[in-house]
Design a protein around this ligand. Structure first.
Ligand code: HEM
Length: 489
């Protein structure tokens, strides 16, 4: 086994150019832990986040370099050439190590073989074709009532705190409302989460996502005999169970209603049930539906909440002029209408650019991982078959060679068409495995931002951290703490 490991390290490092000196030095020093300690030290509290560390190493070592973590190697790729080779084509499957953990978390079925984690291309393609129409703009148009009504529940909650003194953590509020939206729009189910206090569902999503992030950095956690770790593992498994049991209950109730011929809501779930009923093959069982239920819950909730929180933190902290322009646009498009109409959305052009700029600098999903199906070349570097490759969405969006003044928050760069280099803007990924919920997320984000800006004036609470955290997904570490007042006219 040691010899096989040795051979593998040697092969990967000689092809992709190991970070941190010559291959032979690297080989001797890093045989056991590889770059794990360097990463751990650089990322200790108050220092860098993983994406920034990779940005630094990218400046030194170019767009393709390899890192070693104990017995695993990972090639880090951050170039349009790499995006084209690894993501835009359907040639290379998702990485087995990374996505198997998403299928089963600590042995407990989590997202199973839902759309995010299914690795086999032909099985995935059949399922994606079933679910895709439920995310088309035409269908989402019919869901504007739910987008608006969930947002209104959040506004009502915040109104009771809009005294200029009560501290509100925007990320917590947005986590609740985005979960409510996904539950209502996709599954027409009530979670009763728009109340004070913690919701077991938002907690379960956070606990499982954090576990995915932590496990990739500290794989020994899975086997640790320490009581605190055993308790944590139980909490993670219980969270998986909670999400799946709830999903299965919703799905079985709906299946029974459809079979009885009851009138049922025209949501994604009914759509999927009807679509599978028309198919002759047995490729979408109740278990698969539960997989997708959990997948939509997890993939669709935190990402959108993180996007909005990062965006608002940046606007309140650093961008008074952008905020002023944005408020003016909302004022002229929405005025004193209580709801955002589907037809209003394309008119919010500056808001679209502000959201894009937030996604470029603070992509909630920082990367995607592929396993090369065959040998390939990226930026002239040979990548062997079977290599684990991380395409860093975060780093690609922050390179000066792709974006002028790359670290400056400037939404105007997206007001002009094709300002950026092709294949460098991929917060929703690209190619066939691109996010199915992109339109959903952007509609939701626009509705929520309109409602927040038309109802309140915000002030940042002093002495909070403006750092980002990357456990699982990228989000503001302190969640954007604000006080708010009813909007002055
Ligand atoms: C700002 C919000 C969002 C961002 C930044 C985002 C980002 C992404 C990214 C980067 C991927 C590729 C993942 C990978 O390669 O492993 C992805 C896939 C996916 N996302 Fe999203 N997402 C967002 C919102 C949503 C929403 C609202 C939903 C559902 C309602 C959703 C459902 C999915 C699904 C099902 C996939 C897997 C697609 C497939 O492989 O067929 N996402 N998303």
């Amino acid at each position: 086994m040691g010899a096989a490991h040795l051979q593998r390290l040697s092969e990967v490092s000689s092809s992709a150019g190991s970070k941190g000196g010559t291959v032979s030095m690297n080989f001797i020093f890093c045989f056991f832990s590889g770059h794990a300690m360097a990463v751990r030290d650089a990322l200790s509290p108050g220092k860098l986040i993983f994406g920034d560390l990779i940005c630094q190493w990218r400046q030194e070592h170019g767009p393709v370099f390899v890192l070693f973590f104990f017995a695993r190697s990972m090639i880090i790729v951050s170039s349009p050439d790499g995006v084209k080779e690894l993501i835009v084509q359907a040639k290379h499957p998702k990485d087995s190590g990374t996505y198997t953990r998403i299928q089963r978390l600590l042995g407990e079925r989590y997202m199973g073989t839902g759309l995010v984690s299914e690795r086999d291309h032909s099985t995935w393609a059949i399922r994606r074709a079933i679910v895709d129409p439920a995310f088309h703009r035409k269908y989402l148009k019919q869901s504007m009532t739910q987008f608006n009504s969930s947002s209104d529940l959040m506004i009502q909650r915040l109104q009771s705190k809009a005294d200029g003194a009560t501290q509100v953590t925007l990320l917590d509020e947005l986590n609740k409302v985005t979960l409510d939206v996904i539950a209502k729009v996709s599954f027409s189910c009530e979670l009763d989460i728009m109340v004070d206090g913690l919701s077991p569902f938002t907690d379960a999503v956070r606990v499982t996502l954090d576990a995915l992030g932590n496990l990739s950095r500290a794989p020994w956690f899975e086997y640790s005999p320490v009581k605190a770790d055993r308790d944590k593992r139980k909490q993670i498994r219980d969270s998986c169970k909670l999400l799946r049991q709830f999903g299965e209950k919703c799905i079985r109730e709906r299946l029974a209603a459809v079979q009885r011929g009851d009138e049922v809501p025209a949501d994604s779930l009914t759509y999927i049930i009807n679509a599978t009923g028309q198919l002759t093959h047995d490729c979408y069982s109740v278990e698969n539906m539960v997989d997708d239920f959990v997948t939509f819950f997890v993939a669709g909730q935190e990402t959108t909440a993180n996007l909005l929180t990062s965006c608002m933190l940046e606007l309140f902290h650093n961008q008074p002029e952008v905020l002023y322009r944005l408020k003016n646009e909302v004022e002229s498009v929405i005025g004193d209408k209580s709801d955002v109409a589907f037809e209003d959305l394309p008119k919010l052009e500056y808001m679209a650019a502000v959201l894009k700029e937030s996604l470029r600098l603070f992509p909630p999903a920082g990367g995607t991982v592929r396993q090369t199906a065959e040998e390939c070349y990226i930026n002239g570097q040979r990548i062997p078959a079977g290599a684990t490759t991380l395409v860093s969405i975060y780093v690609i969006g922050r390179m000066e060679e792709h974006y002028k003044d790359a670290t400056v928050f400037d939404p105007d760069r997206f007001m002009q068409q094709d300002e950026h280099v092709l294949f460098t803007f991929l917060p929703f990924s690209l190619g066939p495995r691109m996010c199915i919920g992109k339109n959903f997320a952007l509609i939701e984000a626009k509705v929520l931002l309109c409602k927040l800006l038309t109802n309140f004036d915000f002030s940042l609470v002093p002495d909070q951290s403006f750092d980002m955290a990357t456990i699982g997904t990228l989000r503001p570490k302190d969640g954007c703490k604000v006080t708010l007042k009813p909007k002055s006219t």
